[in-house]
Design a protein around this ligand. Structure first.
Ligand SMILES: CSCCC(=O)C(=O)COP(=O)(O)O
Ligand SMILES: [Mg+2]
Length: 243
């Protein structure tokens, strides 16, 4: 059957995977490893741009400017750790935080302590959609590097081959219309031909304003949904009809 859509754009937390896996497994791993990670990676070239991003998210131009009042390295590290804990305690999905989380998760996924949970219907749908010729993309607050670790190390194996591309908040915040306009343009598709699935109505509102079709993901343990936004709810990807 011909599909109304050419592409499916997926959120992760609350959509492909449970909120509880992220909050009860992935975030505690970051908090446990944070100080040790910062100490080991402090002078690494990969960390420097992430420290600048964390400083920019906090309102400074660079990491150097953000910590110019501190002369001791351990105090600069402690400022970063305190800012990361503050952002996580307030569930602020800042780009620098998300990049650092991805770097900390790398070791956990690669040595098998972290294995990503996905809902049972997810691999089935990914297979059906891609077999039908649709392209599937991810748009998550989790960094692109973290997304690749996540789907590359899932409990049903490596799912990365199903995805044609990944987007994170470096494209723009998930509640802004322009982010979805930018994604449609990046993947070379009319927005009407893209179906976005998420658990957050404000994200779906923005995608719909950009012209995308939407479905509201209802999964066990998701945050309560604001009523009255008119996005068709689904409890499983099996309920997505393409015709
Ligand atoms: C590999 S993504 C980890 C989950 C995460 O950090 C996150 O913020 C998920 O947000 P989403 O936009 O997928 O709801
Ligand atoms: Mg989500």
């Amino acid at each position: 059957m011909a599909s109304r859509y050419n592409c499916i754009l997926l959120d992760i937390e609350g959509t492909t995977s449970s909120v509880s896996f992220v909050y009860d497994v992935m975030f505690p791993f970051v908090l446990r490893e944070l100080d040790k990670y910062l100490e080991c990676a402090w002078n690494s070239p990969e960390l420097a741009p992430v420290l600048d991003q964390i400083a920019q998210d906090a309102g400074s131009e660079t990491f150097l400017a953000w910590t110019s009042d501190l002369s001791v390295e351990s105090a600069r590290r402690e400022r970063v750790a305190a800012e990361i804990r503050r952002l996580m305690a307030n569930d602020i999905k800042a780009t620098g935080l998300k990049q650092l989380q991805g770097m900390i998760w790398k070791d956990g996924f690669e040595r098998g302590e972290l294995v990503a949970e996905v809902y049972q219907d997810v691999p089935v749908a990914l297979d059906a959609w891609t077999t039908a010729g649709l392209r599937v993309y991810i748009y998550s607050s989790g960094s692109i590097a973290a997304q690749k670790l996540f789907f590359g190390h899932s409990e049903v194996g490596n799912l990365l081959n199903y995805f044609s591309g990944h987007f994170d908040t470096t494209t723009g915040p998930k509640k802004e219309v322009l982010s979805y306009v930018t994604i449609a343009s990046a993947i070379g598709e009319a927005s009407e031909k893209i179906l976005f699935i998420s658990d957050i109505t404000a994200e779906l509102d923005a995608a719909r304003e950009a012209g995308m079709a939407t479905r509201l993901s209802i999964r066990p343990g998701n945050k309560p949904v604001e009523e009255g936004h008119g996005h068709e709810p689904i409890a499983s990807f099996a309920q997505v009809s393409l015709g």
